[in-house]
Ligand binder design. Structure first.
Ligand code: SF4
Length: 188
């Protein structure tokens, strides 16, 4: 039987539990029955990577009935050996958190309130404002007469919950507009 680091840890954990409680004279049958009903019972293990930075820690995603039920670091992966940083450890909440925005929020100039907007309104606003900014502020050449095609009046701020791939697409989109000022919270 192939014994991976992950299966070894499972076996070792079960062995220690059995030995310790058994030695104390405690019947662990009920505990073992309960353990069988844990949240990952019957779930399919899907190996994936944490999307948050280029370290690319490996993650086991547990999926049951087409739904993600848990995530954890993969102890068999040489990069992270089962460990995840705070962002990777919170990966599951990216999918389940009640705080996750599902609609665009807009705060009008000088307002102290956020308003929910639909995507048509939001995308039209973005397109209108980007076009106006480019028409007004696009710098085609620098003082030396060199072509720069630079737009300095738009700043792009990314989110830590954008994946590597989303960041790559956002970066390319911003560069194509001439935007040079951008940042992204992708720090470990
Ligand atoms: S964000 Fe953390 S868990 Fe995710 S790949 Fe980077 S170091 Fe690993």
């Amino acid at each position: 039987m192939k014994c991976t680091r992950r299966s070894f840890l499972k076996l070792a954990g079960a062995g220690v539990l059995t030995l310790t409680l058994g030695q104390l004279g405690i019947n662990i049958d009920d505990a073992m029955a309960y353990a069988g009903k844990l949240k990952i019972e019957g779930a399919k293990e899907v190996v994936t990577i944490c999307p948050f930075c280029s370290v690319c820690c490996q993650v086991i995603a547990y999926v049951r009935d087409g739904k993600l039920v848990s995530t954890e670091g993969d102890p068999d992966h040489p990069v992270n050996e089962g460990a995840l940083c705070a962002k990777g450890a919170a990966l599951f909440t990216m999918y389940t958190s009640d705080h996750r925005l599902t609609k665009p929020l807009y705060r009008a100039p000088h307002s102290d309130k956020w308003e929910e907007k639909d995507w048509d309104w939001t995308l039209n606003q973005i397109a209108r404002r980007v076009k106006d900014a480019r028409d007004k502020d696009m710098i085609l050449k620098n003082e030396a007469g060199q072509t720069v095609n630079r737009l300095e009046s738009i700043f792009m701020m990314g989110t830590s919950h954008a994946s590597n791939e989303e960041c790559a697409v956002i970066h390319q989109a911003m560069r194509s507009l001439g935007v040079v000022h951008m940042d992204h919270q992708a720090r470990v």
